[in-house]
Design a protein around this ligand. Structure first.
Ligand SMILES: [Zn+2]
Length: 159
């Protein structure tokens, strides 16, 4: 099972970016990317960077897939996980979440953040993590073994 680490800086940027885009009224989302073969989150890409209208209907409808894949290839990046916000504290997958994986690869991870990420002290532990097993089947990670760990880095470390 793939595991990854994320710096506080990147995590804060992620949660702040989701909150800003959700504005307390709609879902927003992002991809967590690593360099090929690396287990450290290298950068965050928000869906609206590739599809400005992604949150217009209130739920995620991402149409930027083609440009996004080109971007991954050109930058030697791969997707560790996607994350999107839900309106309440309930972070269970909706029927739509289960039937529309952002990445249709077995082992892909989907994260759901509660309350439109309107809490800057949100940690990975407050979110739910699901692994895609193909054929629209998912498995929830137990809280005791989440695949993403927050890491403190030394001062001056390039995040
Ligand atoms: Zn959802």
């Amino acid at each position: 099972m793939q595991k990854s680490t994320i710096s506080f800086t990147q995590w804060f940027k992620l949660i702040h970016g989701l909150k800003k885009r959700s504005k307390g009224i709609r879902e927003s989302g992002a991809f967590l990317l690593t360099k090929l073969g690396s287990s450290r989150i290298d950068r965050i890409v928000f869906y609206d960077q590739f599809d400005k209208s992604v949150s217009d209907t209130g739920i995620i409808q991402f149409k930027g897939g083609y440009d996004f894949y080109i971007y991954l290839g050109e930058n030697d990046l791969e997707v560790f996980a996607d994350i999107h916000t839900h309106p309440t504290e309930a972070t269970n997958q909706s029927w739509s979440d289960r039937s529309h994986p952002m990445i249709r690869t077995k082992g892909h991870i989907a994260i759901i953040a509660p309350e439109f990420a309107d809490n800057l002290f949100l940690t990975p532990n407050d979110c739910s993590f699901y692994k895609y097993n193909g054929e629209y089947k998912w498995e929830k990670f137990p809280k005791s073994s989440l695949p993403l760990t927050l890491k403190i880095r030394k001062h001056g470390y390039n995040t």
